[in-house]
Design a binder for this molecule. Structure first.
Ligand code: S3P
Length: 414
């Protein structure tokens, strides 16, 4: 079976933001249809950017970095990427804005982005807990050299987007590589940005960007859920066409290969600096592995579904150095361990990860999703592998990143 998945969520946010900053009209196809990307779109519209749709094509009328002060709060919903990237993008644009989020996003750390933006000169205030709401007032931004204390593509991207509005040079040093879509897209659009080892330098030479047309490749983080079903069910073969194959996002598929998963990657080509192509997975027997250190950022969003794979692999799988999972849409370490435990999994919670022994026969259970789309999708997949009934308390929260998830799972299993 061949599938063509909706556009990558990380690239979709960035495509909307860069199209808003560009001079002229951009055309985006296969934009992620999830609520998170909708939040970015609405916030940009509130800041005076006209965005319309003609069939499958989303048309963004870029204003070269000119934004209006929004009349109301900018609501980021559940989306950390919206909140953090927009904080950076708007910090030096001469407007006043207040960013808010839902209950989950309002618990997540924002000081990690506010603090370096203040070092650039931004006027930003957070709640006393360092969370949303984030109040932004007009300010002039200067230079920055900043080493990321936590591996975060959102913080890196926020600083580079802020840098586009500053007079100075911005250096971001990332000791552990994270997804590099912002750098690749800026480079492809001709912005003065250099990557050398662990240092990204946004020079002061060229900040204006031309409008662009982009077909967004399929989301490998969405593919991971369906690929898991194909790997674990008998006699399956599933191919994802036009999938994003950026190495900073392929950690899950690399880990799956190490576990013994049969994977073929073919037909690589480039779109706005990004590798895309086809990826085929086939039913496989798996063994446990250890995952830690610099491998983690390239599969951080896939760890909930990797835990399900681990429960079906021979031996022990250990994940370490993934403490960031505790500050995602939910405390994902807790949510994975609790839910897998209630399905009969042999799982031990670690401060920065988990240890899972397999293979075990999963049994159906009541799943608490915490409104977290990736917990919902991981345990929905687990439900298809389990004996007895599995019921999610909030199956609809998959719409945050992958509204068509339940339909596509049905197609794959039937
Ligand atoms: C994202 C970066 C990651 C990831 C999130 C999307 C991005 O978050 O977990 O789903 O698009 O930049 P962090 O930057 O917090 O690691």
């Amino acid at each position: 079976m061949h599938l063509h998945l909706p556009g990558d969520k990380s690239i979709s946010h960035r495509a909307l933001i860069l199209a808003a900053l560009a001079d002229g009209t951009s055309h985006l196809t296969n934009l992620s249809p999830g609520d998170d990307v909708d939040a970015t779109r609405s916030c940009l519209e509130q800041c005076g950017i006209r965005i319309s749709a003609e069939g499958e094509v989303v048309i963004v009328a870029g204003r070269g970095g000119d934004f209006q002060t929004p009349d109301e709060d900018l609501v980021a919903g559940n989306s950390g990427t919206t909140a953090r990237l927009l904080a950076g993008m708007l910090a030096g644009r001469g407007i006043q804005a207040r960013l808010t989020g839902d209950a989950s996003l309002s618990r997540r750390p924002m000081e990690r982005v506010a603090e370096p933006l203040r070092q650039m000169g931004a006027d930003i205030e957070l709640s006393p807990a360092g969370t949303l709401p984030l109040e932004l007032r007009p300010a002039c931004l200067g230079s920055l050299t900043y080493t990321l204390p936590v591996a975060s593509a959102q913080v890196k991207s926020a600083l580079l987007l802020a840098g586009l509005a500053s007079e100075g040079v911005v250096n971001v040093i990332e000791p552990v590589p994270t997804r590099n879509h912002t750098e690749l897209m800026l480079q492809a659009l001709g912005v003065d940005i250099q990557v050398s080892g662990d240092r990204i330098t946004l020079g002061s030479a060229k900040r204006q960007m031309p409008a662009f047309d982009l077909e967004i490749p399929g989301d490998p983080s969405s593919a991971a859920f369906l690929a898991t079903l194909a790997i674990l069910l008998p006699d399956m073969e599933l191919t994802f066409d036009d999938l994003l194959l950026n190495p900073t996002r392929m950690g899950f598929f690399r880990a799956l290969q190490r576990m013994g998963g049969q994977i073929i990657w073919t037909g690589k080509r480039r779109a706005v600096g990004e590798e895309t192509g086809s990826l085929t997975v086939q039913s496989s027997s798996l063994k446990g592995i250890e995952i830690s250190g610099a491998e983690i950022p390239a599969l951080i969003d896939e760890l909930p579904i990797l835990a399900i794979l681990a429960s079906q692999a021979e031996g022990v799988t250990v994940v370490r150095d993934a403490g960031e999972l505790r500050v995602k849409e939910s405390d994902r370490i807790r949510a994975i361990c609790e839910n897998l435990g209630s399905m009969g999994g042999q799982v031990e919670e670690l401060s920065d990860g988990f240890r899972i022994r397999g293979p075990i026969s999963l049994k159906g259970a009541a799943i608490t999703t915490y409104g977290d789309h990736r917990i919902a999708m991981a345990f929905s997949v687990a439900g298809y592998l389990a004996d007895g009934e599995t019921a999610l308390d909030d199956p609809d929260c998959v719409a945050i990143s992958f509204p068509d998830f339940h339909n596509l799972v049905q197609r794959v299993v039937s």
